[in-house]
Structures are given as structure tokens and as C-alpha cells.
Design a protein around this ligand. Sequence first.
Ligand SMILES: NC(=O)c1ccc[n+]([C@@H]2O[C@H](COP(=O)([O-])OP(=O)(O)OC[C@H]3O[C@@H](n4cnc5c(N)ncnc54)[C@H](OP(=O)(O)O)[C@@H]3O)[C@@H](O)[C@H]2O)c1
Length: 242
Amino acid sequence: MNNYVCITGGTKGIGKAVASCLAQAGYPLLLTYASDEEAAEKAREELENQYGIKVLTLKADSTDKASIELVGQFLETNDILLDAMVFNAGITCRDPFEQMSLEEWERVFFANVHYPVFLLQRIVGRIRKGGSVVFTGSLMGVQPHSVSLAYGTTKSAVHALVRNLVKHLVPYDIRVNGVAPGFVDTEWQKTKPAEIRRNIENKISLNRFCEPEELAEVYRMLIENKYMNGEVIVVDGGYSYK
Ligand SMILES: NC(=O)c1ccc[n+]([C@@H]2O[C@H](COP(=O)([O-])OP(=O)(O)OC[C@H]3O[C@@H](n4cnc5c(N)ncnc54)[C@H](OP(=O)(O)O)[C@@H]3O)[C@@H](O)[C@H]2O)c1
């Protein structure tokens, strides 16, 4: 058996920062992504060259049901046992409430909630005893003011999922936790207009976005601390206190 940590959406942004942080600590990695093969290959090369660990990448779109079986098969074919599974990939839909379609609503729910649940069901036997699962939630799942109704609602569901899963993972000796990031300076945020970014910064006590690397340390702590279980850690720079 080969021990790895799997990170969905691990080739860019928060997932990539978590990958770097874990690579630095010597964990071999399996990183999934949706479509950008070039970025995935670049991330793989960078991490392997910089940290001398093994990195595998796998195209597995979390909006596609078939990719659940794809990941399951990949772990079996490569005889992979996971030290940790990080469900990080997430999508949004910014259509206004009045224009939102049932199809888009279902797409966001499938990717953010259904996919991790059924992927976990498929691969739970491939997570080692004493290992853990970490979900990426969102501050928008705690303070309901996301522009996207589907996004905020699914991230609340992710937080509920973390707590509800604890009991179901006890027989496997697997812990489960979540991180609820505030505003993290990834492509997701960088594409927002300057004025909107300033408005966001003005609402954060630390007056700035979170660096992905600062957030990544929290994931590592959740993976390595053997007593953390059923927690969703909000990392928002003091957003609630300004
Ligand atoms: N950035 C923030 O401020 C913030 C705040 C709170 C929560 N979050 C959450 O953090 C997670 C990552 O966000 P990010 O800001 O790091 O995003 P990002 O910088 O856009 O990174 C996206 C990564 O996820 C992959 N990905 C995107 N859609 C996917 C899909 N359908 N299936 C599989 N992989 C997919 C991308 O692969 P490709 O390159 O191939 O598309 C890429 O590896 C999301 O769950 C998001 O909701 C972000």
C-alpha cells in the first residue's frame, strides 16, 4: 500500500496551498482538478521538484457523477491508502434569485454536497485507521450573505455534514473536520472588481484578504492533531468583529 493525502481541487488556490504545506511536511499527494491539465502538470512538477515527494494528479470533475467511480478505481488500481482526504473543490452560481434555474441549483448542490458524500462512501475503506477527512466550508455558510443563495446554503450543509459524519466515521477510526475560510486571495477573489475587493477589506478586522498559505496551516493542524474531531474552524481575519 502507498500512503497519500488526496486533495480535491488541489492544483490551484487553497487546495494548492494545502498541497504545498503538506508536501513540505513530506506527505505524498494525489491532487484532483476539473479541466486545466496544464496547471495540474505545473503544480505536480513544482511540488515534486521543490519538496522531493511523489505527486499524482487526476482529472475528476466534481460536477460529474462518473468521477466518483473514477477516483475510487484510481485509488484501487494504484493501491493507495489515504492518510487524509481533503474535500476542497467547490463551485458557485451567481445568478440572481429570480433567474436561478433548478438545473444550476442542483449542479451546485451536487458538486458541493452530494459529490463529497458519495465519494466518501465509495473510498472510506481506503482511508487508513487513525486518518482524517477535512472539508472546505465557507464563512458564507456561517453568515448568510453570499450573493449566491445556492453557494451559501451548500456551504452551511457542508458544515452540518462535518458534524453529522463524526458518528458515522467512528467505526472506521476516522476523524472529520472542516475549515470555513473568509476571503482568501485566490483567483476566485482576484477576479472581483477593485471596488468590491476594497469593500470586503473594509469589513475585515485585519483589513486584508487571507493568504492561501496562512489558511493551509490550519488544514495541516486538523490532519495531524489527533484530538480534533467534528470542528469547523472559521478563519476570517476577524470579519465578525468589525
Ligand atoms: N477563495 C475564497 O475566498 C474562498 C472562501 C471560502 C471558501 N472557499 C472555498 O475554497 C475552495 C477552493 O476555492 P479556491 O478559491 O481555492 O478556488 P480556485 O483558486 O479557483 O481553485 C480551484 C481548484 O479547484 C478545482 N476545481 C474547480 N472546479 C472543480 C470541479 N468542478 N471539480 C474538481 N475540481 C474543481 C480547479 O481545477 P481546474 O483548474 O481544472 O478548474 C482548481 O484546482 C472552494 O470550495 C471554495 O468554495 C474559497
